[in-house]
Design a protein around this ligand. Structure first.
Ligand code: NAI
Length: 479
């Protein structure tokens, strides 16, 4: 605690470097800046206490400061152990008018390279507003929401269960964290949950968790699925990954991608961006899919579509983008070419079976540099694993660039305003933002690209059955 401000970041002296990057990012984030301007006077988030769990990058710094400008109090953690940009975290803590000796910004609990224990400690910290909990959650991947849901479940049971044989190391750490919380205050998360007006969730994987809670009647508060705003998943997941996948591979390995054979597992929004980027570099790209529609899309986009088993010993680069688990197994990795590059861009680290890889008798891990590991098999051949199987675009690079994140985060801010200012209007279900707002987010990003939009005439609008001012498509339209 310095100057009355709680925080845990790597080094506050990085704040100036962070502030320069934030300043440049602001220019590239017209959606967020327009939102700041629009709501500067009315401050719709006044009274909001937002617990944020989302990659602590430069772009997220612009999001946090937008929430603050709209009146919110914020506490923040990253949603991944490797994704924090330490200079951005420092700048947010120091604030726009503070100094490293006298920080005046926002409590941030995040640094690059946390252990899993530290990660869950940081996540717990975002729920510790002065004297009480938050009344909003802003989540990416659902870890913050999961902590509250599990906390409430165990408080109702009066005890945290012992981990079972199948539980992952990470889940054991979550149980430990909740055991400590329960010992400290047996109703802590129950009270927190009762005060939460809603959660806005950033990504495919987190949204999946929320729909599961809603389906089983366990969802504790209303949720807005930000991911399925068109201006989020069809832009961030696709064009964002098209940029940051290559950035991660390049910074990690600097290997020439042109001419190589690259496999992309999953041809959803993320996979489409990844395949496009690898092809753009001149790689021969092979796609794997389980969904016949996405497989057909990949084939018509000109990719070979086959099963991993057939190409595992032929490809040079492997990228998982499925949001599923056990996509690349230890056995697959043992059959790969010498120095094949293996990385994941899906939300969680179980797409590649790293735990299984590390259990292979005689396997040796050589750290080439932070977040780049060579695994040497007993026969002498090796593979290069990026970010220990965690999102490589955030672990090995700095995630998506500002312009695309401006779209995602403008949706986040609108969703926060919606749930915070309309308590009682939403049930404990998962909602998406109305299409009108989605179109508004896109509109805010046109000028910066010099886009000239054609205006519908009244007659044309009548002819296709829409309003001149939009929305221009029915909800079932897929873009
Ligand atoms: P999506 O649902 O659009 O695509 C996933 C695709 O994987 C689907 O087409 C599905 O059929 C396919 N798939 C599932 N199991 C498979 C298997 N065993 N083999 C081959 N394909 C399989 O989801 P989206 O939006 O593309 O997201 C994918 C993951 O990436 C999620 O975990 C999401 O949270 C994450 N994400 C990561 C970002 C990043 O910056 N790293 C950005 C956005 C999303």
């Amino acid at each position: 605690k310095v100057n009355g401000l709680e925080f845990a970041v790597a080094d506050l002296s990085l704040a100036e470097a962070g502030r320069h990057q934030i300043r440049l990012a602001e220019h590239e984030m017209p959606g967020l800046m327009a939102t700041r301007k629009e709501y500067a006077a009315s401050k719709p988030l006044k009274g909001a206490k937002i617990a944020g769990s989302l990659h602590m990058t430069v772009q997220t710094a612009v999001l946090i400061e937008t929430l603050v400008d709209l009146g919110a109090e914020v506490r923040w953690a990253s949603c991944n152990i490797y994704s924090t940009q330490d200079e951005a975290a420092a700048a947010v803590v120091v604030g726009r008018n503070g100094t490293p000796d006298k920080p005046e910004g926002v409590p941030v609990f995040a640094w690059k390279g946390e252990t899993l224990e530290e990660y869950w400690w940081c996540t717990d910290q975002i729920f510790r507003f002065d004297g009480e909990g938050p009344n909003m959650i802003l989540d990416d991947g659902g870890d913050a929401s999961m902590l509250v849901h599990k906390g409430v479940e165990f408080e109702a049971a009066g005890a945290v269960p012992e981990p079972s044989e199948e539980d992952s190391e990470e889940y054991r750490i979550v149980l430990d964290r909740l055991r400590k919380s329960l010992a400290e205050d047996s109703q802590r998360f129950t009270r927190i949950a009762a005060n939460i007006r809603g959660v806005t969730e950033e990504t495919t994987t987190g949204v999946l968790r929320l729909y599961e809670y809603a389906k089983s009647g366990e969802l504790l508060f209303p949720a807005i699925n930000v991911n399925d705003s068109v201006t989020k998943s069809k832009f961030d997941n696709k064009y964002g990954c098209r940029h940051s996948l290559i950035d991660g591979i390049n910074r990690a390995t600097d290997v020439l991608i042109g001419g190589k054979v690259a496999v992309v597992c999953g041809y959803g929004d993320v996979g489409k961006g990844c395949a496009d980027a690898l092809r753009g570099q001149g790689a021969r790209v092979i796609v794997t899919e389980i969904d016949p529609i996405c497989a057909l899309q990949a084939a018509m986009d000109g990719y070979e579509v086959t099963v991993l088993e057939d190409v595992v010993d032929k490809a040079d680069i492997f990228v998982t983008a499925t949001g599923n688990f056990n996509i690349i197994t230890a056995e697959h990795m043992s059959r790969m070419k010498h120095q094949a590059i293996v990385g994941n861009i899906g939300h969680f680290d179980n797409e590649i079976d790293v735990a299984g890889l590390e259990k292979i008798p005689g396997i040796k891990r050589v750290e080439i540099k932070p977040q780049v590991d060579e695994y040497v098999f007993p026969d002498g051949h090796s593979i290069i694993l990026l970010s220990r199987g965690r999102l490589l675009n955030l672990g090995n690079a700095t995630g998506h660039p500002s312009f695309v994140m401006s779209n995602s985060f403008t949706n986040q801010v609108l969703a926060q305003i919606e749930l915070f200012t309309k308590p009682g209007e939403y049930d404990k279900q998962v909602y998406v933002l109305p299409k009108k707002l989605d179109e508004q987010v896109a509109r805010l990003h046109l000028d910066a690209l010099g886009v000239k939009l054609t205006k519908l005439t009244k007659e044309q609008a009548n002819y296709i059955g829409v309003d001149v001012e939009g929305p221009y498509k029915p909800d079932h339209y897929r873009y």
